[in-house]
Ligand binder design. Structure first.
Ligand SMILES: Nc1ncnc2c1ncn2[C@@H]1O[C@H](COP(=O)(O)OP(=O)(O)OP(=O)(O)O)[C@@H](O)[C@H]1O
Ligand SMILES: [Mg+2]
Length: 328
């Protein structure tokens, strides 16, 4: 199955200020703020929804095609992704802008001052999927994950026009897109991903009920945080997929992306939806156990053992012939 993963590609620069922002802000001078914080820690983490999802699929043994826009500072990140099995040949490189970047400083009271620089991501709207399909001799599924809003609309529209199945994953972009745009992104999707909060927001913004949404999409997958996930199809009973027990909790950032990586891998292998959900849950658990969205490694034996412990040996036997856990 040829799967393209479209969406954001970004890096996070996370700094820690060993003091209090509040102490530096002078109430009478807020009209001319000029502050510099001497920070004592900088962590640079690879991220972006599409990059996180493609990374996860690569770690499970697939060769997903990443589609997004970056700057010419992408070389290191590209080789990291390629080492993990991601096809980066369809990534658009901007001639003028840097790769999207999230800059965040946190003080000792967990107050944060952050900026998100969109940069090259705005050029994702220039990307056409047809050349990607031509290069791969066809595309079976395109995931549309959070990105430049115009790019999300364009990719969805192109899939619809060309009859390519698409999976809708609007996530954090729900907040900034108009109701009509959300309807365009959802209608006709083969798969619709969201968490349970976003599920309500999609219903509110589209004006479509739970039932109506199931009329318009093939399969709806709703993640429930520590409660796992639920998979719905019109006229069929819901499938509840229990979470995979975690060994510890470090940081939930990126769990949603990892869930999608596992789920899409199950789809690529032609497995039943329940198995896809279980793969999603266990991949997500690996992210939960590390700080950062791409800091985990999957080992073939370890993954199968955990899968078997969580979902039983028969379920594990079904995935073992497909799984090719890989880390360089
Ligand atoms: N505490 C937990 N224990 C086990 N699994 C968890 C836990 N929290 C999350 N997960 C897994 O991660 C998946 C996605 O979690 P969640 O529904 O919180 O996504 P999300 O809100 O989109 O997260 P984010 O956008 O921050 O990545 C869940 O379906 C589940 O498999
Ligand atoms: Mg999410």
């Amino acid at each position: 199955m040829r799967i393209a993963v479209t969406g954001s590609i970004a890096t996070d620069h996370l700094m820690t200020f060993p003091g209090s922002f509040g102490d530096q802000l002078i109430a009478e001078q807020l009209d001319r703020v000029s502050l510099s914080f001497l920070v004592d820690d900088l962590q640079i983490r690879r991220g972006g929804c599409a990059a996180n999802i493609a990374f996860g699929m690569g770690c499970l043994g697939l060769k997903p095609v990443l589609v997004g826009a970056v700057g010419n500072d992408f070389a290191d990140y590209r080789s990291w992704l390629e080492r993990h099995g991601v096809d980066c040949a369809s990534v658009h490189i901007s001639e003028t802008q840097h790769t999207a970047r999230f800059l965040c400083t946190t003080d000792e009271h967990h107050n944060q001052i952050a900026s998100f620089y969109t940069g090259a991501m705005a050029e994702a709207r220039l990307i056409e999927l047809q050349p990607v399909a031509d290069r791969l001799k066809g595309l079976d599924l395109v995931l549309i994950s959070p990105n430049d809003p115009d790019a999300m609309l364009r990719h969805t529209d192109e899939c619809r026009r060309r009859g390519i199945a698409f999976a809708a994953d609007i996530s954090q972009q729900l907040a900034r897109m108009a109701d009509e745009q959300i309807r365009q992104l959802v209608d006709g999707a083969a798969y619709l991903f969201s968490n349970d909060y976003e599920k309500g927001l999609i219903e509110q913004k589209t004006g479509w009920s739970d039932e109506e949404i199931l009329d318009r999409v093939g399969v709806r997958i709703t993640t429930l945080g520590p409660k796992g996930a639920v998979i719905d199809r019109k006229g069929e009973p819901s499938i509840h997929v229990a979470p995979a027990p975690e060994l510890g909790k470090a940081d939930p950032t990126g769990v949603g992306d990892a869930f999608r990586a596992g789920f899409m891998s199950g789809l690529a292998w032609g497995l039943p939806l329940e198995r896809c959900g279980q793969l999603g849950n266990l991949t997500a658990t690996h992210v939960l156990e590390r700080v950062g969205g791409q800091e985990y490694e999957l080992s073939q034996r370890g993954f199968l053992e955990r899968f078997s412990a969580a979902y039983g040996p028969e379920a594990a036997a079904e995935i073992s012939g497909h799984l090719r856990c890989y880390h360089p």
